[in-house]
Unconditional design. Structure first.
Lengths: 464, 130, 495
């Protein structure tokens, strides 16, 4: 077995030193009737070329030759090669959580830089060293707000990622917490009058995503005013943080959380990703997750340590702020390296390219008769399209052209039948957008001639 | 270690000094030594109620959290802002400057069950033997 | 000795600034391809309420500076690639390089989680095959790869217990947890809406059956148990424990953090365990990454399968794979998308590399290594539970504490000998614990060096305890002031 360093002779010598006669004897504490009899039914052992072959074969059954217009919380961006080159250094990826600070200054300083970058992006005062992903970061933000306010009601915009809402529901189901949902207005943003009506002095937090699940930017200042009038905290969740390169951060929020996968972490069929959570300084002791702080050593040299650890499970056990033990250190490191490479100029330029591509695509599609972009709110790199005919038919036609045309919103919003969520990042070429437009045109012409695509009544988006 | 005679002590290592019907409460010299460098103190506000043998706050060192239990029933009349701003005071002067809260006692007889300095010192040496 | 070498305070690779301090305006580490669509006036398109001109304070550095910055930082770290990392309960074993290569293949790293199932058969197959292998290894009937880490696996498992008991009529109120358990256990039980009752271990460091019997009231939903426990001792009465819990209508959760002692040797399903989690980043060689990402698959018996978190990967009759999200009894989603897929790829690569024979040999080596270290150190370090161990052994600092040196001080001195410290001060039931888990990734030569180092430190403590108290001497920074860090937290750089 190529991973094991001991030779048979070394094993024999060690066994002798322990005073045991056989390896079996070492397992004597396990009662005989609980021991495995016979081999396990497992594949392998395989040599390295065979392993590569197995996974290359799996990788071939994929969408890798397709242009993807999928976003919806997982964004395909170009990853500079330096990211993988650096996170592949064994000192980074084979290290543990930096409990022994003297041997982990590399990880600790990088996490301190990650925390700084997140505060700069989000306009918050402090950030933790990352959480599992955007859905759990948003959920942890809500749990934090419940602890801070001592209240038991939460108001969530229906424009928050549907899977984030589902994860939140799983976590609060047994905590006596009431979650109310605010419908979407015709602009594609949360309905503020409904929000105002839903807020009471018992509301712990308002949770809103911006850009929201439909790509629309939410009016954070107004939402903050409404929330704060009732003494509730405002939680802003951000699934596409590249938007912060060109869009004002939610400075009026109390907690800003979300998903930083966009920053140099591959979409990888959903994970691992990297959640973040930032907030106002006065809330820091209720924060979940690891925090890195600056301090000095006995010779007054700057150094970094994990700090405020008494919030955490290994000390406070059942009274901890969260059950979280790991962060997503290596993914946070990837994000840190990615953001350092881009820097101030690169981040802005990349955000501008995404904005331009998405708006070009929206224009091209809108120009096809029978196609509409029903929401009026400003958007970043993602928008909703009402398609001619059946969405699934269009998506199939696009697939024939090697294009994955977006997410059929009916999957999460039954009221949005035949609406697609389309994301256009810098990785999608103009030629691909034009090809997509031509498929839309063809489908539109076909459905017109067959007469089946009489004007579909615009779905009511507002639903409580 | 220091065991002032004018204080009464609990088994959870708090002390109380009573003047008229106002009790001043803190943690003992022994407690601060056991905890090590104290980095954070969480206390109730004036007007809050505390109950005998129930926790009213926490004291944190770098790697431990300790609940503080009230020796008496009563209403908090003051929490020490100095110790909240500079938790390290608890390591320096636990029986003096670093008192934690002042409480208006509901029932002065609460303090009768508490230990004297002599009792407490004996109790500590017993604890340590374990 | 102190003054023989004068430290060069300006040594550039040991005094790397924060990246923000290396910034100079106008630089960037990337250049974008030219925009192939018309550019848009962002300020007009977004409006002044939304438009942001720049991110203040953001770094501005070239690619080379980024490479040097993070390369220098990396050299201040210690990883499994550097040397022995005997961190008990963390299973710091070799992370095979081929795992990293296959996880980055185009088609696996690039598939979108909402890709049409017909175009994601490769990813779905990897998930399905990984789950099948883990079910085989644990003996359980079904596995979900959704949980993002061990702690989330615990939460998922306890929520499933709750859902099952609720359907039987009463979710009950308490979860029993031995005092030797990881801190995540009680924290996870609390989030699941349970109150935690701790049960004391017996003189052998195991669950006390009489104590368990007393604690098992009709309000108890279940027991969370780590086996082998955090002392590295197998709970030999595990079958009786499970039977007892079941006889009172409760369920048994096993924390599989220590599965490195059992793979290929015994299966938790045969113990009577109902639900458990595995840590792919411990037993199955996915890298710890300096603190994540992890992955905490949950394995269950058949009767708990309806409650698995969404979505569930299924193999259909025609041999294709699909995601099932319509399971009415499911506890719901615990994380967006399909779990930490990239970790499943790596774990499967590890299982494939080993096969049954390799996995069993791995377990045997892990247990042999731990027993070897225990045998060779117990004359100098106090061994509170003196019996053969499984994959890790736990000493106490009792003898050294008498000289004023505690477990953390010994750990810091070990750094000077070139080793990563063991786990300090855990489990809590051992005063001043030294928890040593060599794993199978240490050879005899390296273990002998480690043992010599531990023996040398024991001697140093006898001769000059003050010297040990100031260790480490060989690292870039000496002991850091954690108290000031916590009293006046500085959590970000400011200009």
């Amino acid at each position: 077995m190529r991973y094991l360093p001991n030779s048979p002779a070394e094993r024999a010598a060690m066994l002798e030193a322990t005073g045991h006669r056989s390896i079996e004897e070492l397992f004597n504490q396990i009662p005989d009737n609980l021991k495995l009899r016979g081999p396990l039914n497992l594949p392998g052992p395989l040599s390295e070329p065979e392993i590569l072959e197995f996974f290359r074969q799996a990788a071939s059954q994929s969408s890798r030759d397709y242009v993807s217009l999928l976003g919806a919380g997982a964004y395909t961006h170009y990853r500079p090669v330096a990211v993988d080159a650096l996170i592949s250094r064994g000192e980074f990826f084979t290290a543990y959580t930096p409990y022994q600070a003297e041997l982990a200054q590399g990880t600790l300083q990088a996490m301190f830089e990650f925390q700084t970058l997140i505060t700069q992006l989000t306009g918050m005062e402090v950030s933790n060293a990352s959480l599992y992903d955007g859905s759990t970061a948003t959920t942890e933000a809500v749990l934090m707000a419940l602890r801070i306010t001592g209240r038991e009601k939460v108001v969530v915009a229906r424009t928050l990622h549907p899977e984030y809402r589902e994860v939140l529901a799983t976590y609060v189901r047994h905590q006596n917490v009431e979650v109310a949902e605010i419908p979407c207005a015709p602009s594609g943003q949360a309905d503020l009058s409904k929000l105002e009506a839903a807020l009471t002095r018992e509301t712990a937090a308002v949770v809103i995503q911006s850009p929201n699940f439909f790509g629309a930017l939410e009016p954070i200042r107004q939402v903050a005013e409404l929330a704060h009038q009732q003494g509730a905290l405002l939680i802003v969740s951000i699934a596409e943080p590249l938007s912060l390169g060109i869009i004002q951060p939610p400075r009026d929020a109390d907690i800003v959380c979300g998903e930083a996968q966009s920053f140099g972490v591959p979409v990888a069929f959903g994970g691992p990703y990297v959640g973040f959570l930032a907030c106002r300084e006065k809330l820091v002791r209720q924060m979940p997750g690891r925090l890195v702080g600056q301090t000095s050593d006995s010779a007054a040299r700057r150094g970094f340590v994990l700090t405020l650890a008494t919030r955490e499970q290994h000390i406070r056990r059942e009274k901890a702020t969260s059950n979280i033990c790991t962060n997503q250190s290596l993914c946070a490191l990837a994000a840190t390296i990615y953001l350092c490479l881009l820097g101030k100029k690169g981040l802005k330029a990349l955000a501008e390219q995404n904005l331009a591509k998405a708006h070009y695509a929206a224009e091209q599609l809108r120009a096809v008769p029978g196609v509409a972009t029903p929401f009026s709110a400003p958007f970043f790199n993602e928008f909703v399209v009402k398609v001619p005919g059946e969405a699934e038919g269009l998506l199939a036609a696009l697939r024939d052209e090697k294009i994955i045309g977006g997410l059929n919103l009916a999957r999460f919003y039954p009221e949005l039948k035949n609406h697609l969520l389309v994301c256009v990042t810098e990785t999608v070429s103009r030629a691909a957008i034009d090809r997509m437009r031509e498929v839309y045109r063809r489908i539109q012409t076909q459905s017109n001639s067959s007469g089946s695509a009489a004007e579909i009544p615009s779905a009511s988006v507002a639903r409580n | 270690m220091n065991f002032p005679d004018n204080l009464k002590y609990t088994k959870d290592h708090e002390w109380i000094r009573v003047d008229e019907n106002i009790g001043t409460i803190g943690i003992t010299d022994y407690a601060q030594k056991e905890l090590g460098d104290i980095v954070f103190v969480e206390l109730p506000k004036a007007g809050d109620h505390v109950t005998a043998k129930e926790s009213f706050g926490t004291v944190e060192s770098v790697k431990a959290v300790s609940e503080i239990y009230s020796p008496v029933d009563g209403e908090v009349v003051a929490a020490n802002p100095k110790v909240q701003a500079s938790p390290e005071l608890l390591n320096a002067d636990p029986h003096g400057d670093a008192w934690l809260i002042r409480v208006r006692l509901a029932d002065r007889s609460d303090i009768e069950g508490l230990m004297t300095a002599e009792d407490y010192e004996a109790y500590i040496s017993q604890e340590k033997a374990h | 000795m102190e003054n023989r070498i004068r430290h060069a305070r300006t040594h550039i690779t040991r005094n790397e600034d924060l990246i923000f301090e290396r910034t100079s305006p106008g630089k960037s580490g990337v250049e974008l391809p030219p925009l192939d669509v018309p550019s848009v006036p962002a300020d007009q398109l977004l409006g002044s309420d939304f438009h942001r001109d720049e991110v203040e304070g953001f770094p501005e550095v070239s690619e080379l500076e980024v490479i040097r910055h993070f390369t220098r930082l990396s050299t201040w770290n210690y990883g499994v690639d550097t040397g022995l990392y005997p961190l008990g309960s963390c299973t710091m074993k070799y992370n095979p390089r081929v795992n990293e290569v296959v996880a980055r293949l185009d088609g696996l790293a690039t598939d979108h989680p909402y890709a049409p199932e017909a175009l994601a058969q490769g990813c779905l197959r990897v998930l399905h095959e990984t789950a099948r292998c883990l079910a085989e290894i644990t003996g359980m009937d079904a596995v979900s790869l959704q949980p993002a880490a061990g702690a989330q696996g615990e939460l998922t498992g306890i929520l499933m217990i709750r859902a099952c008991l609720a359907e039987r009529g009463n979710p009950r109120k308490y979860i029993l947890i031995p005092d030797s358990a990881h801190g995540t256990n009680p924290a996870s039980a609390t989030i699941s809406g349970y109150e935690v009752r701790n049960i004391k271990s017996n003189a052998q460091g195991c669950v006390d059956l009489a104590e368990l019997d007393r604690a098992l009231t009709e309000d108890v939903a279940g027991l969370m148990l780590t086996n082998p426990n955090t002392l590295g001792i197998f709970e030999a009465k595990i079958a009786e424990i499970c039977e007892l819990v079941h006889s009172r209508g409760g369920l048994v959760y096993m924390d599989g953090a220590n599965m490195n002692a059992l793979v290929g040797v015994a299966r938790p399903a045969d113990f009577g365990v109902d639900v458990m989690h595995l840590n792919l980043h411990k037993t199955f060689t996915t890298p710890h990454g300096g603190g994540g990402p992890g992955s905490g698959p949950v394995a269950v018996k058949r009767f708990l399968e309806p409650y698995l978190p969404l979505p569930v990967v299924e193999k259909t009759a025609d041999g294709t794979y699909r995601l099932d999200s319509s399971r009415p009894k499911s506890i719901g989603r615990v994380r967006a998308f399909c779990g930490n897929f990239g970790m499943a790829v790596r774990a499967l690569a590890y299982i494939l590399a080993n096969g049954y024979e390799g996995l069993r040999q791995t377990t045997e080596d892990a247990v042999l290594n731990a027993n070897y270290v225990m045998t060779r150190l117990k004359d100098l370090y106090d061994l509170p539970y003196d019996q053969p161990c499984m994959h890790e052994c736990v000493f106490s600092d009792r003898r050294q504490a008498a000289r004023g040196v505690r477990t953390m001080d010994i750990a810091k001195r070990l750094i000077d000998y070139g080793f990563h410290p063991y786990t300090t001060a855990f489990p809590l039931i051992v005063s001043g614990a030294l928890m040593i888990e060599p794993t199978e990734s240490a050879g005899k030569t390296e273990l002998d060096e480690f043992i010599e180092a531990m023996r040398a430190i024991a001697e140093e403590i006898e001769e000059d305890p003050q010297f040990v108290l100031k260790a480490p001497y060989s690292t870039r920074v000496s002991r850091l002031d954690e108290a000031t860090a916590a009293r006046k937290p500085i959590l970000r750089w400011k200009p």
